[in-house]
Design a protein around this ligand. Structure first.
Ligand code: SF4
Length: 407
């Protein structure tokens, strides 16, 4: 995967504007975040309690599926058949399950493959090779995913939460706040849905499969730790237990929830970790990424290096270039000094501003100079293109322009 995969919905293509003064008090707690401490008192607010999404096959590991099938009065091998339909054939339609007895199909499908997401709106650009979908969940929560086709791969950018509680002031999703965590199956279904579209040949280039998944849509993935870990296993488990996508082709992006990064390093998943840094100094990062008031730059980077050491995977450092805010030459040198000699790649992403934002992207020449200064420190650097600008490509923009946040 290259930095182009991160071009659209997530990470640093996310933009918007909230005044820093308004943003700071609104760091919402990660809610039911396993293993992740909430921010300091007064800086956190729990997500509203909401009904849980219906149980789905993709929420369960293979052993749990066998138990679930057995409880429905079916032989346990039906779990494998059902898994193959969903993860390999990408279908939940009982009519297509011809290897199952007619009397079992409807019952199994209704119980373990409920419809989770309804496409509310779809937009495309880049000659149809970038497609953004606004999804409505069972409870009316909205989320977004983006499919991006390149000559050599297809990347799906998924949301891990409906909304986000991290309150980054340049981000459309951050302005709306957190609605709720997505279930593992709701995350997986975004990938499966993209796979269905690709299989039909509807995306220019012929029929294809999803090759890469990036957790850079709405939400802070590590604030939905349990759901995201479960989804990562379903995405990377071999077919038919999961979708069989290479771990190397999956990226989890975080603003720096240090305990969760350290825990992720122990999961033996070895996916790519992307850290949204945006500033090398705590003074500015406290403003751009409010959770920095809880975990400082040094702590975040230390956890990233520990992740690289544990997994052998190169860490991506994401840096939104914001004109006259964080794109000064001295900040490039400061960042270069922090990262030099590490197993790292830097992605510079010109900010994708939301309408009315007072912050905007750095000038191309400034971005190039910033990249050159980083390279002078021996760092591999990419200035990312930004797919999907015409379709409210930054995460949260489509939801914000279509529906008010669901609270
Ligand atoms: S962590 Fe949340 S608020 Fe910050 S950029 Fe990502 S989606 Fe937006």
């Amino acid at each position: 995967m290259t930095s182009r995969d991160r071009a659209t919905a997530g990470g640093l293509g996310r933009s918007g504007m909230r005044s820093p003064a308004a943003a700071l008090p609104l760091v919402q707690a990660a809610g039911a975040v396993a293993g992740v401490a909430a921010g300091p008192p007064g800086l956190t607010r729990p997500a509203p309690r909401r009904a849980a999404p219906p149980r789905h096959l993709a929420d369960l590991d293979p052993a749990q599926r066998r138990v679930a099938v057995s409880e429905l009065g079916e032989p346990v091998f039906r779990a494998g058949q059902l898994s193959r339909h969903y993860f390999a054939r990408l279908t939940r339609d009982p009519v297509e399950m011809t290897d199952l007895p007619a009397r079992s199909r409807e019952r199994l499908s209704a119980a373990l493959l409920p419809g989770l997401l309804t496409a509310e709106r779809e937009l495309s650009c880049d000659s149809g090779t970038t497609r953004k979908t606004l999804w409505r969940a069972f409870d009316g929560a909205y989320l977004e995913s983006v499919l991006m086709r390149y000559p050599d791969r297809v990347t799906v950018c998924v949301s891990s939460q409906a909304g986000c509680g991290m309150a980054c002031p340049f981000c459309a999703t951050g302005q709306a706040g957190l609605t709720r965590n997505l279930s593992a199956a709701e995350i997986v279904e975004q990938v499966v849905a993209a796979g269905r579209v690709l299989a039909t040949g509807a995306v220019p280039g012929g029929a294809a499969r999803v090759s890469n998944v990036v957790f850079m849509g709405m939400g802070e993935p590590l604030a939905n730790y349990r759901g995201v870990i479960c989804a990562l296993r379903r995405i990377t488990d071999p077919v038919p237990d999961g979708l069989g996508i290479s771990r190397r082709s999956v990226t989890v992006s975080t603003v720096g929830l240090v305990p969760a990064i350290r825990r992720l390093a122990t999961e033996e998943l070895a996916v790519t970790l992307a850290v949204s840094l945006h500033a090398p100094d705590d003074e500015l990062r406290d403003e751009l990424v409010p959770v920095n008031t809880r975990w400082k730059v040094a702590e975040v980077l230390a956890s990233a290096w520990a992740y690289a050491a544990a997994t052998g995977r190169r860490v991506s450092i994401e840096y939104a270039l914001i004109r006259d805010v964080n794109d000064q030459a001295w900040r490039a040198d400061m960042l270069g000094t922090l990262l030099a000699g590490r197993l790292v790649h830097v992605n510079l992403i010109p900010l994708n501003p939301t309408p009315g934002s007072r912050w905007t992207a750095s000038e191309p020449e400034v971005a190039s100079q910033f990249a050159r200064r980083l390279e002078s420190h021996g760092l591999p650097v990419t200035v990312r293109n930004t797919r999907g600008r015409q379709i409210d490509g930054a995460c949260g923009q489509l939801a914000a322009s279509t529906h008010p946040p669901v609270r």
